[in-house]
Write a new protein. Structure first.
Length: 278
C-alpha cells in the first residue's frame, strides 16, 4: 500500500473565507435527530459565522497535534457505491491506513457512510460544526461494540474521509485545530439514532478557533480525523463540518464522499485479548 503520511507543504500559505454553521446559545441541553440532520434539514439551533480557512496542504497537520492529517493514498476500491466492495475491501483498506499512520496494535472498522449532495440522497454532507463523540459517548460506543475489556484499553476514534468519483470541489470539509478549541466552545448534545441514543459535541463560534480546509481535494488524498482519544498529551478531537466553498465553480459536480469510522487500540501490554475484537 502506498501511503505518505503528510502531503508536502506548498510554497505559499493560502487562505479563504467561508461561512460555517455553529451552535447558538440555548436555554437547555441541545437535542437533535440524526435522520433529520442527515438530510440537511436546517434547525434554528445553528447560526452562520464567517471564518478564515487556511489551506491544510500548506501546514502539514498532524493527527496528534492539530487532530487531523492529510494523506496521499490511492484506493484499491473500484466502486465505493458497491456495498459489497466497500464493506470488505474498503473497510480493510481503512484499517490498514489507520494502523500504518498511527502504529495502532489493532484497528476496528465499525461503520461507513456514503454521502452525496443531491435532493434524493438520504445522506447529505453534514453542515453543522460538530465532533462525533464526547468522551462519555466514545467509551459507551466501545462498550457496545466490543465490550468492557476493550473500553479499558487506550483507544482513539479516527475517521477516514475521502472524496469518491471526482475531486471534492463542492461542499468540502472544514477542520478546526484541536489546540484552538476552548472547553467553553463545546456543548454536549443528545442525538437520537434509529436504534439508539448517543451524545456528540456541537461547537459554538469563537474567533480564536483556527480553521483549515483542503481545496479541490483529489481522489488520491484522504483525511484522518480524530474524534476521541483516551491517551494523554495528544489532540483529543478536531471539530469539523462541510461548507459551501466560495470558489466552487457553478459547473462543479455535487460532492460524493465516503467516511469510515474506526477505533484504533494502543494496549499498554501486548497482546490484546478481546474476544469480540475482529
Amino acid at each position: 500500500m502506498t501511503l505518505d503520511i503528510i502531503i508536502p507543504p506548498r510554497p505559499k500559505r493560502a487562505t479563504t473565507e467561508g461561512s460555517l454553521l455553529f451552535l447558538e446559545s440555548t436555554g437547555g441541553r441541545p437535542s437533535v435527530n440524526f435522520e433529520r440532520e442527515a438530510t440537511g434539514a436546517f434547525s434554528d439551533l445553528y447560526a452562520p459565522h464567517k471564518v478564515v480557512l487556511r489551506d491544510a496542504r500548506a501546514c502539514a497537520p498532524r493527527l496528534d497535534t492539530e487532530g487531523f492529517a492529510l494523506l496521499r493514498h490511492r484506493s484499491r476500491v473500484r466502486d465505493f457505491w458497491d456495498e459489497t466492495e466497500v464493506g470488505s475491501r474498503g473497510r480493510a483498506e481503512a484499517a490498514e491506513i489507520v494502523a500504518k499512520a498511527t502504529g495502532a496494535h489493532h484497528v476496528h472498522v465499525f461503520d461507513h457512510t456514503l454521502r452525496r449532495r443531491s435532493p434524493d440522497s438520504p445522506r447529505q454532507p453534514s453542515t453543522r460544526v460538530h465532533n462525533d463523540y464526547t468522551p462519555a459517548s466514545a467509551r459507551q460506543r466501545v462498550r457496545e461494540l466490543l465490550g468492557e475489556t476493550a473500553a479499558r484499553q487506550p483507544y482513539a476514534f479516527i475517521n477516514v474521509w475521502r472524496p469518491i468519483r471526482h475531486a471534492a470541489l463542492d461542499w468540502p470539509l472544514a477542520l478546526c485545530d484541536a489546540r484552538s478549541v476552548s472547553p467553553d466552545d463545546l456543548a454536549a448534545t443528545d442525538i437520537q439514532y434509529e436504534n439508539r441514543r448517543g451524545e456528540i459535541y456541537h461547537v459554538r463560534y469563537n474567533r480564536r478557533q483556527r480553521w483549515y480546509t483542503v481545496p479541490t481535494m483529489q481522489l488520491h488524498e484522504a483525511l484522518l480525523i480524530k474524534c476521541a482519544d483516551t491517551r494523554k498529551g495528544r489532540a483529543q478531537f478536531a471539530p469539523h463540518t462541510a461548507f459551501a466553498h466560495p470558489d466552487t465553480p457553478p459547473e462543479a459536480p455535487p460532492r460524493e464522499s465516503v467516511e469510515f469510522r474506526t477505533i484504533a487500540f494502543f494496549p499498554e501490554k501486548r497482546p490484546l485479548h478481546i474476544a469480540r475484537l475482529g
